[in-house]
Design a protein around this ligand. Structure first.
Ligand SMILES: C[S@@+](CC[C@H](N)C(=O)[O-])C[C@H]1O[C@@H](n2cnc3c(N)ncnc32)[C@H](O)[C@@H]1O
Length: 471
């Protein structure tokens, strides 16, 4: 018996709002919410459902009866297939509006906390070409468009150097021009692909786990120093040198050319030895006169200009007079710690990645900052009563955890230590809201400032100031 097709089409539906993860929101005739993939609030569309759950549907807009005036034509040829800039079809002012709403909704709905007036989101001056780091993947069987599949002519070469198709670990979209990183990023990627193809260097096949070339990382610092890192699957000295020599010669502006040979199943490089082929093994970022050495494994905020704005807000919320002991939790390479150090008595930074802590120490030395101390370790194990006894009571704690937010033990420890102020920087206002709900026991949220670090995407950063309740 043929399986019943459960897909439905809802006709003439108005899209009313933007929801989580770049989806928009509409209401089905039966009253359930529909999360719509490719529509902007204000569009009137037919929606084909792709998932049906008890409380909601997920669907794709198939026919557009009215285009929203919040729309703008996407600048990128890859829009719609590439998952990178899901909101490129929405005017920037409305991207900001929906990011602001998401922060407020999450804090109220999930955190159930009383909010002060939320300051309007700080938009990014650069809405394109704002990223300092990009990672591209090689594939010997690039993702084909519908037109290419329908066209019967033979495709001789399917090499790709680009991005994963959303949700597909083995499918790579070949990229011609990406609008996220400034030049010479596109030129480097395109020429590397062309040279490697012409010289028969095998591109990776993730399913079969074969092929020489795996990934290409490009970092362009605000100082204009450029790092390029090529990841190979196995050692083939001749082919490796052929490609690296070509890159060095074609792009003399590259100040750090590195490679890694990674024969593991996954392509993360954090447990691998990085080898410097030419130039230095790092690049340098600069912020307010401070210099940060960035190596291939270092975390550095990917939008340098907006990171400066974020750090200024963080320092301002910390309200430092020079007398405070400050803890910078999840310090990365110690950038926030060093940024606030001049205004504090001392700053203690804690971070899980030992290499990042080595960088933090070295950077502090280069910046002639002598009131910072850095520790490597898992926050919930390091941030203990004994640790506080050893390093001193913090009047201010700055915390900038990863997307998952803080571990419940870390929140508990914050409540035990009870600093006067906590500045909570977050790239995920849902987990931030969860943590704020726990901190609500002893703290009042007195300032909220969303910041847009990633234009054209639905991601939003949020800085919150919590002040200890008296009595
Ligand atoms: C959002 S980044 C913040 C980095 C830094 N504040 C900055 O602005 O550059 C979060 C950091 O938390 C670190 N991290 C993740 N889990 C951790 C854990 N359990 N303990 C300590 N650090 C952790 C990550 O390695 C990363 O450097």
């Amino acid at each position: 018996m043929a399986r019943k097709n459960r897909r439905q089409i809802f006709q003439n539906i108005e899209v009313v709002d933007a929801g989580a993860k770049g989806k928009s929101i509409a209401k089905a005739p039966d009253g359930k919410i529909i999360f719509v993939n490719n529509a902007v609030p204000g569009d009137v569309v037919d929606i084909q459902t792709i998932k049906k759950r008890k409380a909601f549907y997920e669907g794709t807009a198939t026919t557009f009866h009215k285009q929203s005036d919040k729309r703008t034509p996407p600048v990128c040829d890859h829009f719609g297939t590439c998952g990178g800039c899901k909101w490129q079809f929405m005017k920037y002012e409305h991207q900001l509006e929906y990011k602001q709403n998401e922060v407020i909704n999450n804090l109220i709905r999930l955190g159930k906390i009383e909010l002060p007036e939320v300051t309007p989101i700080l938009g990014s001056k650069d809405q394109f070409f704002y990223r300092n780091k990009m990672e591209f993947s090689f594939s010997e069987s690039r993702w084909l468009t519908k037109e290419e599949i329908e066209d019967s002519s033979e495709i001789n070469n399917r090499n790709a150097l680009g991005f994963h198709i959303p949700g597909m670990w083995d499918k790579i979209l070949d990229i011609n021009t990406c609008h996220l990183q400034e030049d010479p990023s596109n030129a480097i990627r395109n020429k590397v692909k062309q040279f490697a193809t012409e010289h028969g260097l095998p591109f990776y096949n993730a399913r079969k786990q074969e092929g020489l070339l795996r990934t290409l990382m490009i970092r362009i610092a605000s100082t204009k120093e450029i790092m390029v890192l090529v990841q190979f699957f196995y050692e083939d000295k001749e082919k490796r040198e052929l490609l690296l020599d070509y890159i060095a010669e074609e792009f003399p502006e590259i100040t750090s050319l590195q490679y890694v040979i990674n024969s593991k199943g996954n392509d993360t490089i954090y447990d691998q030895d990085i080898i410097c082929y030419s130039g230095k093994d790092h690049i340098q970022e600069e912020m307010e006169g401070l210099h940060f050495k960035i190596n291939a494994k270092s975390f550095y905020q990917t939008n340098s200009k907006q990171a400066y704005e974020l750090y200024k807000i963080t320092r301002d919320f910390a309200g430092l007079t020079g007398e405070e002991t400050v803890y910078d939790l999840y310090t990365g390479t110690g950038t926030i710690a060093q940024f606030v150090a001049k205004k504090a008595k001392k700053v203690i930074g804690v971070e899980a990645v030992p290499e990042a802590i080595e960088d933090a120490k070295e950077n502090a030395k280069r910046n002639q900052i002598d009131n910072t101390t850095f520790y490597a370790g898992d926050m919930k194990k390091v941030f203990t009563k004994d640790f506080i006894a050893q390093n001193g009571y913090p009047e201010v704690v700055i915390t900038d955890p990863p997307r998952d937010g803080m571990h419940a033990d870390v929140v508990e420890q914050l409540l035990n230590i009870a600093p006067e102020r906590i500045v909570y920087v977050s790239c995920n206002s849902a987990t931030q809201a969860r943590d704020l709900a726990l901190l609500d026991k002893s703290y009042t949220v007195t300032k909220v400032q969303p910041v847009d670090m990633f234009p054209q995407t639905y991601h939003v950063e949020n800085v919150v100031l919590l002040e200890k309740r008296k009595g």
